[in-house]
Design a protein around this ligand. Structure first.
Ligand code: ATP
Ligand code: MG
Length: 559
């Protein structure tokens, strides 16, 4: 519940920083970085990392860099760089002038590689990729040394220079660190530092045909930038000894690497490879498809940066992997939208209602509060007339038990307006109800005058004043909570993840609503104007989230 004081989740990373500050390890400095590889769009898991990296820097009066670890030109692109910059900014974080690229360090990294060769700590290897993995050994068996491991320093320097000069084909040679083929940590079994890739890089163009491996670039990039706390996800724990080895050999500044568990969210997958597949195979309409948990998708769906930041903070930092229920993300969103979204009436599937005793041509104006949570949001006037639309679902003939909406002979309140009573229906040839006939009680306007109460209240729009819209209703893209557990994740896509409702009718206050603007459609949920497809003459709304809070139920069930 929103009013209860929130317990700040314990945070072991904060504790480590406090310890460092107490011992003076980094002189009190807290410099972090968020280091995406520009090989896809950011997703909700990245929001967790961003919020930790930028959040801790802000908390300790330090700074956080945005650095692109752009070491693999084959999978990276400027489009991804641009989207990441735009998204981190949208989330509300600021790196000031500290925008960096690992590719800016290519020359320095090359010089350091030469330094390792000169120290006898790196060598050029001619093993093919297949041979190399055969030589690597397994978790239980040590690896074997490459026959090229003992090349002379002079030969290594010459070959490495010629690798850079483009004399050899892709994959023909690599530069490897000379560490320990028997190490229990496979990352230390002479890891590759450079590979030949005759590919054009989105920033360095064709200046290079050898590219550093991520592991050779990452720790040194942190070091160059003076990063103090290099926060990353758990899969890098086993790489930490390698980063330390490199930094020790080079005798340069050591950040402290700290690992935390990745965020997993139910009904989603986080692997970028699979996200790329979803997009490239057209299983979604793009990276910003509103069903996607990419930050671009969530943004288009109508999520606010505040809700995402709140979610990230409340999920907290953990050392053990867990799957967070997507209902919790939706819960955080509802809390935020409840405070900020203006209320409107929208009829998604219209059913015509004629108020027989309301004079033809007369137009009433009903006062409607914009947001009961925010008095400053004011109110508006909603036109009322003889012919209205209500939701098809709000009428039944005959009424099932405990149905408190409209049915023959029954009374219902029209929100902000009058109590009406159903006097009859008109049906088409197939027996379908096409018009509901009612009378209204002129004394019942607004509240419950004369002490008369009715059980149901329904929303409505005046037919001639209403405006048309397309409304897109979304459900989870996957029909199971853990799509990664399926034999093939593509077989558990939810066939009903998108429903397009074409004939919706909206109250006229929504005319010309700006792209991206958010509303609560009363009794239905939160909706936003689609930022891509909506136009003043053809409004398109996305359902951001329904009103029913499944998280509250889950919590109740657990407690
Ligand atoms: P890959 O490395 O497979 O391309 P990635 O998701 O690790 O994918 P990066 O660009 O390397 O993508 O991620 C940037 C930062 O975000 C890294 O520090 C990474 O640890 C962090 N990160 C990525 N996924 C998550 C997640 N699900 N939860 C928390 N942090 C994440
Ligand atoms: Mg990664």
């Amino acid at each position: 519940m929103s009013d209860e004081p929130r317990q700040k989740p314990s945070n072991f990373i904060r504790d480590i920083i406090l310890e460092h500050n107490a011992s003076g390890r980094f002189g009190g400095a807290v410099i972090t970085r968020f280091p995406p590889e520009p090989n896809g769009y950011l997703h909700i898991g990245h929001a967790e990392a961003i919020s930790i990296d930028f959040g801790l820097a802000r908390e300790f009066g330090g700074r956080c860099h945005l650095r692109f670890d752009d070491t693999n030109p084959i999978k990276e692109s400027q489009e991804y760089v641009d989207s990441i910059i735009d998204t981190v900014r949208w989330l509300g974080f600021d790196w000031g002038k500290h925008l960096y690229y690992a590719s800016d360090y290519f020359e320095q990294l090359y010089a350091w590689a030469v330094q390792l060769i000169e120290a006898g700590k790196a060598y050029v290897d001619d093993l093919t990729p297949d041979q190399m993995s055969e030589y690597r050994g397994t978790l239980t068996e040590p690896g074997r040394e490459s026959p090229y491991r003992d090349r002379s320093i002079e030969e290594n320097l010459d070959l490495f220079r010629r690798m850079r000069a483009g004399e050899f084909e892709d994959g023909a040679r690599t530069l490897r660190a000379k560490i320990d083929m028997a190490s229990g940590n496979i990352n230390l079994r002479d890891p590759v530092m450079y590979r030949i890739r005759k590919a054009t890089h989105h920033r360095t163009g064709d200046a290079w045909c050898i590219y550093p491996m991520y592991d050779w670039a990452h720790g040194q990039s942190d070091s160059i930038e003076g990063v103090t706390h290099s926060i990353c996800t758990l899969e890098y724990e086993d790489h930490r000894p390698l980063y330390d080895w490199y930094l020790d050999q080079l005798g340069v500044h050591h950040p402290q690497q700290i690992e935390f568990a990745r965020l997993n969210l139910s009904h989603t997958i986080m692997s970028k490879r699979k996200l790329v597949e979803l997009v490239q195979q057209g299983l979604v309409s793009g990276w910003d498809d509103p069903r996607m948990w990419t930050l671009a998708g969530l943004r288009r769906r109508g999520y606010t940066p505040e809700a995402i930041r709140d979610f990230a903070e409340r999920v907290g930092v953990a050392k053990a992997a867990k799957v967070v229920d997507i209902a919790f993300l939706e819960h955080c969103l509802r809390e935020d939208l409840n405070r900020r979204a203006d209320r409107r009436m929208a009829v998604l599937r219209p059913l015509k209602v004629v108020i027989e005793n309301y004079p033809e041509g007369q137009v009433g104006e009903m006062e409607a509060v914009n947001n009961p949570e925010d008095p400053a949001a004011g109110s508006r006037r909603v036109p009322f007339s003889r012919v209205l639309y209500i939701e098809q679902d709000d009428f039944r003939d005959p009424a099932p038990p405990k149905y408190f909406r409209l049915s023959p002979g029954a009374e219902v309140r029209l929100r902000y307006a009058y109590i009406v009573k159903c006097t009859g229906v008109e049906r088409d040839a197939s027996g379908q109800v096409v018009t509901v006939r009612c009378t209204y009680d002129a004394d019942s306007r607004g509240g419950d005058s004369r002490g008369r109460k009715v059980k149901g209240t329904i929303h409505w729009v005046s037919a001639s004043h209403s405006i048309p819209a397309e409304v897109r209703l979304y459900d989870h893209l996957f029909s199971v909570p853990k799509p990664d557990d399926a034999d093939d994740w593509k077989t558990v896509l939810n066939p009903r993840s998108l429903e397009v409702v074409r004939g919706a009718r909206l109250e006229p206050a929504l005319a010309g609503a700006d792209r991206g603007s958010r509303f609560q459609f009363e009794r239905q949920g939160y909706f936003c104007v689609d930022a891509r497809d909506s136009a003043p003459a053809r409004l398109v709304f996305n359902r951001t989230v329904g009103l029913r809070d499944t998280w509250a139920k889950i919590e109740k069930g657990a407690g």
